[in-house]
Design a protein around this ligand. Structure first.
Ligand code: FES
Length: 186
């Protein structure tokens, strides 16, 4: 009889077999998940730097000649190429900046997001300052909090600027966490 030549293992060892097989599968899955997510982070520079629109790689924002000589700020959208594991999408809006010419070849940039809760601040030419429409935080031209009653916990977030080539303004764009005194990349 077949059963005499091929004894059925006791149910305890069969359980051991399945338990071992299961732990091998789970172990392999645990190794694969970080590897895959690491790969996604590698492939996706926006995600790598916390999205934030993130891309703190420099992005070309405007031409120097687009800024008034009198130092009045101008608002510009920031567009970046978003890359994920499957797609590369150019010209995705990731935020906006105020640019202000402060010298023949020198520009200051602020992220337009209010550090209180992230509304976009407006530049008020009549008052020569920035005002947040949501809860009235006000900021000087150089980004300092003006009105002590402003709920913003910190000044406007300044961003590094490079002037390249024939007067092209490149900004290392980054969004930051709202509501904190410290400047923390989002
Ligand atoms: S979001 Fe700007 S003051 Fe609240």
């Amino acid at each position: 009889m077949a059963s005499s030549h091929h004894p059925v293992p006791p149910s305890g060892s069969r359980r051991d077999f399945f338990a071992k097989a299961g732990s091998i599968v789970i172990g392999a899955a645990l190794m694969v998940v970080p590897a895959v997510s690491g790969l996604l982070v590698f492939l996706n520079p926006l995600r790598r730097r916390g999205q934030g629109g993130g891309a703190s790689n420099a992005v070309r924002v405007a031409a120097l000649r687009a800024l008034p000589e009198n130092g009045e700020p101008r608002k510009f959208p920031v567009l970046a190429t978003r890359v994920d594991a499957w797609n590369r999408t150019p010209n995705v809006p990731v935020g906006a900046v105020y640019l202000r010419k402060v010298g023949p070849n020198e520009v200051k940039a602020f992220n337009v997001a209010c550090p209180h809760a992230g509304c976009f601040v407006d530049f008020r030419a009549d008052k020569n300052h920035y005002l947040c429409p949501c809860h009235n935080s006000s900021f000087s031209l150089d980004g300092r909090v003006l009105d002590p009653k402003s709920p913003s916990p910190r000044p406007l977030d300044e961003l590094p600027v490079e002037i390249r080539g024939d007067g092209e303004i490149w900004v290392k764009f980054q969004n930051f966490r709202a509501g904190t005194k410290e400047t923390i990349p989002a």
